[in-house]
Design a protein. Structure first.
Length: 203
């Protein structure tokens, strides 16, 4: 990964997915989290201010050293302690049935082998515990999907992720059981990048 991917992209994502655009969505997705939470793709810690009081700790998995540097102030803020728990969600150095919940926001679109990541999440969640997620991905609207296809290469280069991730398909193929999944277009966002999937899937 070059200088852009290591240093510029984490800063860009911190700004483009910041509170002005995503605060309401993060509040909704984080609602109901409690206990020890595994967060896949912790990034710059943008979910930290949205965690409910019932969360007792966050175990952060994040491959970007630059993103973790950007997250320092959020990780240091009370009251929820954060443990940096690894840098590869495809192979978590964590025991089975360890966590009360998991969290994943705007991550599956850019992770290599997202299916393996979801299998690892299922492994470390306690039986009945839920993954809370929001992702952008493949639109069912043919016109929007065509634009996603045209823009996908550029988006991969700039943002490091695909506009055409089949989020529902990934969840269906995983060991998790989807209990809630809704889709909509994020207000104010370009439709190719703003088609969102949000919900929960249990171990």
């Amino acid at each position: 990964m070059g200088l852009y991917g290591r240093c510029v992209r984490p800063w860009l994502l911190d700004r483009s997915l910041g509170p002005r655009v995503t605060a309401a969505v993060r509040d909704r997705v984080c609602a109901g989290l409690a206990g020890d939470v595994l967060e896949i793709g912790y990034g710059s810690g943008l979910n930290q201010p949205h965690l409910p009081p019932a969360v007792t700790g966050v175990w952060a998995v994040e491959p970007s050293a630059a993103a973790l540097r950007l997250s320092q102030a959020r990780r240091a803020a009370p009251p929820v302690p954060v443990v940096v728990a690894g840098d590869d969600a495809r192979s978590l150095p964590l025991p089975d049935d360890r966590f009360d919940a998991a969290l994943c926001t705007w991550v599956l679109c850019g992770i290599p082998d997202a299916g393996r990541v979801l299998a690892e999440v299922a492994r470390v969640l306690r039986p009945g515990a839920a993954l809370h997620l929001v992702e952008h991905g493949l639109s069912p609207d043919p016109d929007v999907e065509r634009r996603q296809r045209r823009l996908d290469r550029l988006n991969r280069a700039v943002a490091g992720c695909s506009l055409r991730t089949d989020v529902a398909g990934l969840l269906d193929a995983s060991p998790l059981t989807v209990t809630e999944l809704r889709t909509w277009y994020l207000e104010g966002a370009p439709r190719p990048a703003g088609h969102l999937y949000a919900g929960r899937a249990t171990a």
